[in-house]
Design a binder for this molecule. Structure first.
Ligand code: SF4
Length: 368
C-alpha cells in the first residue's frame, strides 16, 4: 500500500509511521505530520519543522507560529479553522534547507494530504513550499501578490512569517498578503481554468491588487488641500490610517480633513495625546499611536470603544500595528521626496475606501 491509497489523514499518518525514507528521519525527534481542520477551505504549506516544532510534533509553534496566529486573526480566522502542513515532515538538522532528494522523498505525503483535505485555497509560505506547489524555481518575492490556479485549486504564495522576525518591515507585507488571501477566499467557488505554471523567467499568475493611488503635493498648502477634499468626501464611520515619518505631513493632512468636515477649531499635532476629539457635524477622532509599545495596549485602553457612531477616525502611525487596525479603512502613506514635496500613496481596504479614494483622485485639483 502507498500513501496514495490512504483514504483519510489518520491512515496516511499511520502509513508514514516512524519514517526513515530519507536521512531527516534519522536525526529528527518525530514526524511532524500536520494540524488543523481536515476539511479546511484554506491550507497552509510551510517548509519544514524547526526546533520547537520537532519537540512538540506540531507545525508553527515557535515565534513564527505566534505571528502566523496573529496574521490569521487579522483575517478573522483561527488555527483550528485551517490546516497547516510542511513540505518535509522531519526537521532538517540545524534548520538547514531541505535537500532536493529529501523533498522528493517526502512530498508524496504532502500531495496526498492536499488531495484528502481538498482545500479551495492553498497558501504557500516562503520559497520551498511555493516552488514545490507551483513547480517553479522562481523566488517568493517574484511570486507573492499573485493568484495561481493549479489542479483547479487556487494557490496564493505569501512570505514566510519568519521573514518578519528577521526584518520588521516584512510585517506589513505579510498583513497585505493575508488581506489578499482573504479576498481570494471570499471569491465565489466557480471552477476556473488552470493558469500556466510559472517558469523561472515568466512568473505568470493573476495580480492580486489592493487598489492604490498616488498623489504628489509641492507645498504644505497643497497637502492641506488634499486633506480638505478628503474630509469633504468622507462619510460617517470612515477610518483613515496615516503613516510616514516625523515631518511627513500627517498633521497637515489631518488639519485639511478637519477643514473639509467643517470643523472650525484648531487641530494641533496630537504630540503627547493618544486621542484628540474635535466636535462638529461629524466628530473627528484624531489618534496618534506613536507612543504605544504593543498592539495589546489598544485593547487594554479600549481605544476604539471611545469612537461614537457617525464619527470619522484619523489614525496617525497606523502602520505600527497593521494587524490591529480596523479591516475596512483607507491607508495613506506620506513620504518626503523633496523639502516641500510630499508623495501620498492611498491604499483602499474595502469597497467604501475604494470609492472614497477614486472620488478623491477623479476630482483632484492638485498635481498627480
Ligand atoms: S522527512 Fe519525510 S521522507 Fe524524510 S524521513 Fe521524515 S517523513 Fe520520511
Amino acid at each position: 500500500m502507498s500513501g496514495a491509497d490512504c483514504q483519510d489523514l489518520p491512515s496516511l499518518r499511520d502509513h508514514i509511521g516512524e519514517c526513515r525514507r530519507c536521512p531527516l528521519g534519522e536525526t529528527a525527534t518525530q514526524v511532524v505530520f500536520g494540524v488543523g481542520d481536515p476539511h479546511a477551505r484554506l491550507m497552509f504549506v510551510g517548509e519544514g519543522p524547526g526546533k520547537n516544532e520537532d519537540l512538540r510534533g506540531e507545525p508553527f509553534v515557535g515565534a513564527a507560529g505566534k505571528f502566523l496566529d496573529e496574521l490569521l486573526g487579522s483575517i478573522g480566522l483561527t488555527r483550528a479553522q485551517v490546516y497547516i502542513a510542511n513540505v518535509v515532515k522531519c526537521r532538517p538538522p540545524g534548520n538547514r534547507d531541505p535537500a532536493p532528494s529529501e523533498i522528493e522523498a517526502c512530498t508524496p505525503f504532502l500531495a496526498r494530504q492536499i488531495e484528502l483535505i481538498d482545500p479551495v485555497v492553498v497558501a504557500t509560505l516562503g520559497n520551498f513550499a511555493t516552488q514545490y506547489v507551483l513547480g517553479t524555481k522562481a523566488g517568493i518575492t517574484r511570486l507573492r501578490g499573485k493568484l495561481y490556479r493549479v489542479g483547479g485549486r487556487r494557490v496564493v504564495p505569501v512570505l514566510h512569517p519568519a521573514a518578519a522576525l528577521y526584518n520588521g518591515s516584512n510585517r506589513s507585507v505579510l498583513f497585505d498578503d493575508f488581506r489578499r488571501l482573504r479576498t481570494v477566499l471570499e471569491r465565489d467557488d466557480a471552477p476556473s481554468p488552470d493558469s500556466a505554471p510559472p517558469t523561472e523567467a515568466e512568473t505568470g499568475g493573476e495580480v492580486l491588487e489592493t487598489p492604490t493611488r498616488v498623489l504628489t503635493t509641492r507645498s504644505e498648502d497643497e497637502t492641506v488641500e488634499v486633506g480638505r477634499r478628503l474630509g469633504a468626501l468622507s462619510r460617517p464611520d470612515d477610518i483613515i490610517g496615516l503613516s510616514g515619518g516625523l515631518g511627513a505631513g500627517k498633521t497637515a493632512l489631518t488639519q485639511g480633513i478637519a477643514r473639509g468636515m467643517g470643523i472650525v477649531e484648531h487641530v494641533p499635532s496630537p504630540t503627547f495625546n493618544l486621542l484628540l476629539v474635535h466636535p462638529g457635524e461629524r466628530t473627528l477622532y484624531h489618534f496618534d499611536l506613536y507612543r504605544l509599545d504593543a498592539p495589546e495596549q489598544l485593547d487594554d485602553i479600549d481605544l476604539w470603544g471611545t469612537v461614537e457612531a457617525g464619527g470619522v477616525s484619523v489614525i496617525e502611525w497606523a502602520d505600527r500595528f497593521p494587524g490591529s487596525m480596523p479591516e475596512e479603512r483607507l491607508d495613506v502613506r506620506l513620504e518626503v521626496i523633496a523639502p516641500s514635496e510630499r508623495r501620498m500613496t492611498f491604499v483602499a481596504h474595502g469597497e467604501r475606501a475604494r470609492v472614497l479614494v477614486e472620488a478623491l483622485v477623479a476630482g483632484q485639483d492638485v498635481r498627480s
